[in-house]
Design a binder for this molecule. Sequence first.
Ligand SMILES: [Zn+2]
Length: 220
Amino acid sequence: MRIVLVGPPGAGKGTQATRLAEKLSIPHISTGDLFRANISRQTELGKLAKSYMDAGNLVPDEVTIAMAKDRMEQPDAENGFLLDGFPRNVSQAEALGELLETEAIKLDAVLDLEVPEEEVVKRIAGRRICRNDSSHVFHVTYSPAKKEGVCDVCGGELYQRDDDSEETVRKRLEVYHTQTEPIIDYYKAQGLVVTISSLGPVEEITQRALEALKREDGGK
Ligand SMILES: [Zn+2]
């Protein structure tokens, strides 16, 4: 199967991408991994991407698309792949469409992980981390410390990371709404979107996704 995974920050996209790729025996292609692999192997595209990143700029779409093309042409991707983090806007989606067309292949589904906005804010903004050890993680609602503001493990002070502040989370959601959400409409017009709820235990969400993808596949 050839799948694109989309969903807002806090939807557990990375976790589900890894699990689904394994269950479906297809490679998980994430833009983060593509950048890291090309930069560490010092490919031409990697050097180009690094020059933008070092200058504090976004890597242009053409570079991302060329890396994705390379990766999708590897033998392990012959029978399918799961794209994560790409495409992230409509122009990338259009470029991906042209690319697949030249290879005479088609996407099977766009899996949309849905989680209510207030739940995303609650999940991320409720996190509290220990100043002594960042692996001591608590959540004000889901796993509160016994004594407010104090780590159960070592007695250290608990704090909220800047990245986890409600303001930052809302900004990231805003970027998602304006840039990435339009690709859902773009793919809806092609009848490819499968939406599932991303609430509940990790294992249940994976099962829900696999069943939804199976229905989609069987309906063709
Ligand atoms: Zn601690």
